[in-house]
Write a protein that binds this ligand. Structure first.
Ligand code: URP
Ligand code: ZN
Ligand code: ZN
Length: 460
């Protein structure tokens, strides 16, 4: 089966030109000015639209047992939502509890996705402890095609690891060429401040920010940078939210520490006033690190434009406003953390980043696709429009006008953090390895067709 995408404007990090793209089977086979449609080919007219490489979300949670509940999406709902928003590859975090066996955790996460996902996927392997078995098990997991780890310097008693475990994990990662992604907040300071705030009767969602201010995130980054410098491991800071934390990463990079930085679409367009909304409405906007003072948005957009920040993810973690967020109605520390955004990342980046001139189209493609593929050993199979690459393509209609609403979203959650927001442009056609999975916003893909992407470590 072949697919011909005609006349679209192809945009990659370093090129922009009008051409036809021929896909045969699962692969891009030819890019040229005028390609005659082979007999039986499906033809898509992309004139007047952009064609991007399929977007990759480097930080999502689909299966997430967390804070006494379970995130709402499954691979079936999550992959449909991803595709509707132009994301064709998911990198999920395997997050076994400290009490779980690491290898069994990996197999458990894999079982949630295999045969159930409509888009391709891989995992960062969560290292939530480092005991006598962990080293050998992580080696086995890397042998099975994983080339990145995930650690938490937050969530004391749940996923968080201590300094000896951090050191062992980074040493092993360095030896194996694995990149270590890290949630950076000082968990002791968070726990102490939470106790103080609750004791003072400060229980509302707005207190979440007070318990985890920018300095506490910056300290987490500084801490990781020290360990990265000592071990020489390659590191990647997930969901960086503020200027103070970025300054620590940049200072470390300047002295030779290997560090990449991810921010989230939520931090680029939302701010802490949302989490301060009255009548518990703010709970919709509780995540960690918290939404920050609005002044940080310019810092983050500038960081993307200037190359200080490498990627934009979602940290998708959907918990219902009715039934799950209220677990923390009387105590903000019990509000399940997360702001669902998987479906909206690209539309928001385009509408509020590109259309407003904060970043250009090439930067958008880089931070949401190509750079992600390069950092996580997926390039040029993913993140590229060139012969030989997987035919994951997003035909994006810049003339579409719409409004975000929970009523029309594919994500399996009962609210949208962006309810009523206008979007200018959206994916009209999305392909997964040569098959059309979204057409005019409607899912036409195949549940279970998504493949596990085996990766080989490169960060020696
Ligand atoms: O609030 C967040 N970020 N929820 C998901 C878990 C995590 O820390 O990534
Ligand atoms: Zn995190
Ligand atoms: Zn996360």
């Amino acid at each position: 089966m072949s697919l011909l995408i005609q006349g679209g404007e192809i945009v990659t990090p370093d090129a922009r030109y009008v051409a036809d793209i021929l896909c045969e089977g699962e692969t891009i086979t030819r890019i040229d000015r005028h390609i005659a449609a082979p007999a039986g080919a499906e033809v898509i007219n992309a004139a007047g639209q952009f064609v991007f490489p399929g977007f990759i979300d480097p930080h999502v949670h689909i299966h997430l047992p967390f804070m006494g509940t379970l995130a709402k999406d499954t691979y079936e709902t999550g992959s449909r939502a991803a595709l509707a928003g132009g994301t064709t590859t998911l990198i999920e975090m395997c997050c076994p509890a400290r009490s779980d066996d690491t290898l069994a955790g990996f197999e458990h996460w894999m079982a949630q996705a295999v045969g159930k996902s409509a888009c391709d996927f891989t995992f960062h392997m969560g290292v939530t402890k480092f005991d006598g078995k962990t080293g050998a098990q992580l080696r086995e997991i890397v042998r099975r095609g994983i080339s990145s780890f995930k650690i938490f310097l937050a969530y004391k008693g749940a996923f968080g690891i201590d300094d000896a475990e951090l050191y062992q994990t980074l040493k092993l990662a360095k030896e194996l060429g694995v990149i270590v992604t890290a949630h950076c907040e000082n968990e002791t300071l968070v726990a102490e401040r939470q106790k103080e705030l609750l004791a003072a009767g400060k229980t509302d969602p707005g207190q979440h920010h007070e318990s985890r201010p920018p300095l506490i995130e910056a300290e987490g980054v500084h801490h990781l940078m020290t360990f990265a410098e000592v071990t020489g491991a390659a590191t990647y800071i997930v969901h960086l939210s503020c200027q103070e934390a970025l300054a620590e990463a940049v200072a470390a990079r300047e002295r030779g520490v290997r560090v990449e930085v991810e921010t989230l679409i939520q931090y680029l367009v939302l701010d802490k006033s949302y989490a301060e909304k009255p009548d518990f409405e703010g709970a919709k906007y509780v995540m960690s690190p918290p939404l920050r003072d609005v002044r940080n948005q310019a810092v983050l957009w500038n960081g993307l434009r200037s190359g200080l920040i490498q990627t934009v993810a979602t940290d998708h973690a959907p918990f219902d406003f009715q039934g799950q967020k209220p677990m923390g109605r009387a105590d903000f520390t019990k509000i399940p953390n997360g702001i669902p955004s998987l479906e909206e990342r690209i539309n928001l980046l385009y509408t509020y980043g590109v259309k407003t001139g904060k970043i250009d189209l090439h930067t958008m493609v880089d931070v949401a696709s190509t750079r992600v593929a390069k950092l996580f050993d997926l390039f040029p199979r993913k993140g590229a429009i060139q012969p030989g690459a997987d035919a994951d393509l997003v035909v994006f209609d810049p003339n579409y006008r719409g409004t975000i609403s929970a009523k029309t979203q594919a994500m399996n959650v009962d609210y949208s953090a962006f309810e009523g927001w206008k979007i200018e442009g959206r994916p009209s056609v999305v392909t997964v390895r040569g098959q059309v999975a979204i057409r005019d916003g409607k899912f036409t893909g195949t549940i279970g067709r998504g493949k596990f992407l085996e990766r080989t470590p490169s960060h020696f």
